[in-house]
Design a protein around this ligand. Structure first.
Ligand code: ZN
Ligand code: CU
Length: 473
């Protein structure tokens, strides 16, 4: 048992903060209130001057393999995240078996595709005892690669059935839903019948559907409509992943996308996640080297030594065009400086928006969102620019996310809820990772508890008490 005293409680619901106490017992929040009557023998911690909030939930991660290979999960734990949603963008480790994952699967890991079922991955993660909890989605692209040998066409009825059976099994084994990424080549040929069949399976299990839209540029409105219609017809909640208006020609269009999303939200359950940066990051693609978007290399198998360099400089050094340089660097990844402030401000502060890092943990020179996303939401958009109150910022990183993913006992400071907690100094919390030095932990964080166990204290990682959440049936 542990009594946390004199904290400013920001409970994750968006309600005004209040001063009070919180008692942790048996991994749960045993009691919370202005003053608790607790046996004097119970150890206590003075939290004067600090904010106590629910642990942050990363709505959008690619940590499927990191949970196994780097279970201390420092990039996430050090920014106050206590749970991560894995398997986004159609990209999940399970249930794919391959020694040689094609892009974009290779942004997840190069060698970890050896889990034939969600249960096998779940058991492996639990055995690794990661520092944070995981909520697993099943990726449509992983299912395609497992069940189809020709990815340039829609699935046949038999292949569709095979994918649905695997998804059905994964959901019975505790997966939280389906994700897709028709933006990427291996899934681009998927048609409505294929996606709808899978979404219906997820709906039957009470799952969610998280979508990396087919297009985040000129056809973004059509892509939103496509995803929303599919989720509506299947009858399950939609999450629009890392919402953005990408590419100079699209800047300002968040006015249109958010208006459409608001209209759709009157018809169906729907939300979106967003990260607090102007650059996106994904695998290297020739078509994204448009000559207008500054591009910075995050990894390259052909030229690992160039990670961190600007593509324009690399192309100049080689005396070739940027798309040609991309071809020579493949496989690899990059940061694409493709958004504008006005759009990110508007999307991030929208009431339907929750925070997802979209961090890429295996990149040699990663996008800074991997280490900085959560502190940056409060430091930059809240404290410095006044676009969010502390309560709103915390809500977007906790209560809203838990609600969206159907986590019944996380994301709020409530008696009976799991004791996933973060303690920080609201004046000092800030991200230090930037594009030039992307792997610096945040500062201003005091302590993190996961399932009631102290996981991080004064920057020092301690016990690892995370596990895969979700029912086992
Ligand atoms: Zn994505
Ligand atoms: Cu992603």
């Amino acid at each position: 048992m542990l009594l946390l005293q004199h904290a400013l409680l920001v409970d994750g619901s968006g309600a005004p903060a209040s001063r009070g106490e919180l008692l942790i017992a048996d991994g749960r929040i045993a009691a919370i209130g202005p003053r608790l009557a607790v046996d004097p023998a119970v150890p206590r911690r003075d939290c004067t001057g600090l904010v106590l909030a629910p642990g942050f939930i990363d709505a959008h991660s690619h940590d499927d393999a990191a949970l196994l290979t780097a279970p201390d999960m420092l990039p996430k734990l050090s920014q106050g995240a206590t749970s991560v949603v894995t398997g986004n963008c159609g990209i999940s480790l399970a249930p794919l078996l391959t020694p040689d994952p094609p892009p974009p699967m290779n942004l997840l890991a190069r060698e970890q595709f050896r889990h034939a079922s969600f249960a096998a991955w779940r058991d492996a993660v639990d055995a690794a005892r990661p520092a944070v909890n995981a909520i697993g989605l099943v990726g449509h692209t992983a299912l395609r690669l497992r069940c189809m040998d020709d990815l340039t066409r829609p699935a046949s009825p038999a292949e569709r059935d095979a994918m649905c059976a695997l998804l059905d099994q994964a959901l019975s084994e505790g997966a939280a839903g389906l994700s897709s990424g028709t933006f990427y080549a291996p899934a681009a040929a998927a048609d409505r019948a294929e996606l709808l069949a899978l979404a219906r399976v997820a709906a039957r299990h009470g799952g969610v559907y998280a979508v990396h839209l087919r297009n985040e540029m000129e056809q973004v409105l059509d892509a939103i409509t496509e995803a929303a219609d599919c989720a509506f017809e299947a009858g399950l909640p939609l999450v629009i992943s890392h919402h953005k208006c990408a590419g100079r020609a699209q800047w300002g269009r968040s006015l249109q996308t958010l208006a459409l999303i608001e209209r759709l939200s009157e018809r169906q359950a729907l939300g979106l996640d967003v990260y607090p940066y102007l650059a996106g990051s994904t695998v290297l693609r020739e078509d994204l080297a448009d000559g207008l978007t500054p591009i910075r290399l995050t990894w390259s198998e052909a030229h690992p030594e160039l990670a961190g360099q600007w593509l324009a400089d690399i192309a100049q050094g080689w005396g070739c065009s940027e798309p040609e340089a991309v071809t020579r660097l493949q496989p690899g990844g990059a940061c694409y400086f493709q958004m504008c402030d006005a759009d990110v401000d508007r999307i991030l502060t929208h009431p339907l928006a929750m925070i997802g890092s979209d961090g890429l943990p295996h990149d040699r020179f990663p996008h800074p969102r991997l280490w900085g996303a959560f502190p940056r939401v409060w430091a930059h958009y809240g404290r410095e620019r006044g676009l969010l109150t502390l309560e709103q910022a915390v809500h977007k990183m906790t209560g809203l996310t838990a609600q969206r993913f159907g986590l019944p006992d996380r994301g709020l400071l409530r008696a009976g809820f799991a004791a996933d907690l973060v303690l920080f100094n609201a004046e000092r919390l800030r991200d230090r990772a930037d594009y030039g030095t992307p792997c610096l932990p945040a500062e201003g964080l005091q302590a993190v508890w996961v399932n009631g166990a102290l996981a991080l204290d004064g920057g020092e990682p301690l016990g690892r008490a995370g596990r895969v959440l979700g029912k086992r049936r």
